[in-house]
Design a protein around this ligand. Structure first.
Ligand code: SF4
Ligand code: SF4
Length: 467
């Protein structure tokens, strides 16, 4: 390796590629990648956007396919409704998802960021192509940015930012449809705006947030803000697949000269891999947290290698052990441990979902009330039941005292009809003959029945006089 390359290789981790020595931000003007991987990413990205746009419109049995209604505490996933009472399933699902991401990262590096993360997908396949279309290639963009504010610059900048803002507004609406549901969103749009000021504020906030992310922050989201990116260092090891430069084959790098016998390595120092990088790094410096695994540098280098009749794959998808020692990828002990943990969590989650109650009852005595002695030697307690009907149909249920004889007298209703997808509150008196009470505080069981089928048994306490 040449002296200047050696110095660079030892010092690059001391600085951030997108920050100048003076501490100012260096804007990344990335070239348009071309090649096999970019083609695959493009197909995946547009399919992904299509799915993202379609999901809010999909309904199964009248229920949205996916809806995270945080204000109402109602979550619909794969058309199954989850309530705050199902939070434990949600927590297990989140842990499972995190373990999946960790396992995926340990095996495949930061591939998620480059191929599936919405930030990258929207940035690289909507916003940046629009920028290339309006402002031209990186050289033309730089010229425009450093040039005087003439009519062309004003026109191009205004047009670009207007389009960016409109797209951000559309993404914010789509994002809201995942929270409120598409029907509710359309309903709100049709109503006078002053009836939904809070929503309007939310919409404006999200629009500006998306606009800031795609027009201003861009690569800073991946390199500085995103916590997942910051965790790469602890997740990757020498067996993790990643976008890697084959320094054994590439070094010492040296310019390509036609018809001259080459004594250098295969890297011809053309910098094409750096020019296409959306985070502005040089992959030849080694694995860096800023690398989002987008594969643009693989395409750029392969194109260059092909044009000079060299073997492709100088930058490729490989583990550090493969590059340094020629070892093929193997599923190491850490990966196996994560796989076992993930399988256990996944099985647990499936069991919890399958055994989840669709009618969920909570019964307790009304606070501040003790007992009443009735004239016929019965003792009466006032109870409150909260029954969540998670199904989308009204359901009739009855409450029965188990093991003891006693009467349940509903207040304000003759029978219990649970409204669909709602939390139903019922108050009732429970009257038990005093002769059956053994203590001041007696454990009792109340059965919840749908027809003859017992859905649930609730344990609670019944107060009586001192015996
Ligand atoms: S180094 Fe390569 S894979 Fe990593 S972000 Fe830059 S272009 Fe993408
Ligand atoms: S594109 Fe390939 S040959 Fe060109 S500088 Fe990068 S690694 Fe070297």
């Amino acid at each position: 390796m040449r002296e200047e390359d050696l110095q660079h290789a030892e010092s690059y981790r001391d600085r951030v590629s997108t920050v100048s020595k003076a501490g100012e931000r260096k804007w990344v003007y990335a070239s348009k990648p071309q090649g096999k991987w970019y083609h695959y990413r493009k197909i995946l990205a547009y399919a992904y956007m299509l799915v993202f746009a379609i999901i809010p419109f999909i309904k199964v049995n009248g229920l949205p396919f996916f809806m995270i209604n945080v204000p109402k505490g109602k979550f619909i996933i794969f058309s199954f409704i989850f309530w705050p009472q199902d939070f434990y399933i949600f927590a297990i699902a989140m842990i499972t998802f995190i373990i999946f991401i960790v396992l995926f990262t340990v095996v495949f590096g930061r591939l998620f960021c480059g191929w599936v993360c919405p930030q990258t997908v929207f940035m690289e396949f909507i916003f940046r192509p629009i920028e290339w279309l309006i402002e031209g290639n990186p050289g033309q963009q730089k010229k425009l940015d450093t040039g005087a504010w003439d009519f062309t610059k004003m026109y191009k900048k205004a047009l670009k930012h207007f389009i960016f803002f409109v797209i951000s507004f559309l993404i914010a609406n789509l994002f809201l449809s995942y929270i409120l549901g598409i029907d509710e969103l359309f309903h709100i749009i049709k109503e006078p705006i002053h009836d939904h000021v809070a929503l309007l504020i939310g919409l404006v906030f999200f629009t500006y947030a998306f606009y800031a992310v795609f027009a201003v922050l861009r690569d800073l989201v991946c390199t500085t803000i995103c916590p997942y990116g910051r965790l790469q260092g602890v997740m990757l090891d020498k067996d993790s697949m990643q976008i890697a430069y084959d320094y054994k084959r590439g070094e010492p790098r040296g310019k390509f000269k036609k018809h001259v016998d080459r004594t250098d390595g295969d890297c011809i120092h053309c910098l094409k891999c750096v020019e296409v990088c959306p985070t502005g790094i040089d992959i030849r410096d080694g694995l860096q947290m800023e690398c989002i695994g987008c594969t643009a540098c693989i395409d750029a280098c392969d194109n260059m290698m092909t044009s000079i009749n060299f073997k492709t794959g100088l930058i490729r998808y490989a583990s550090e052990n493969e590059i340094s020692a020629g070892q093929k990828f193997h599923f190491n002990a850490r990966m196996k441990a994560y796989t076992i943990l993930l399988s256990i969590l996944f099985i647990l989650m499936v069991i919890l979902v399958v055994t989840r109650k669709t009618i969920d009852t909570h019964i307790s005595r009304v606070k501040g009330q003790t007992y009443q002695e009735l004239t016929d030697h019965k003792i009466s307690n006032l109870f409150e039941a909260k029954i969540i009907n998670k199904t989308k149909a009204d359901v009739s249920v009855t409450l029965k005292l188990e093991d003891l004889s006693g009467d349940i007298k509903l207040i304000g209703a003759k029978q219990i009809v649970l409204k669909a997808e709602d939390i139903n509150k019922i108050t009732f008196f429970l009257e038990i003959p005093q002769s059956q009470l053994k203590h001041r505080s007696n454990k009792i069981y109340i059965g919840v029945y749908h027809g003859d089928e017992k859905i649930q048994t609730i344990k609670t306490t019944f107060l009586g006089p001192f015996i």
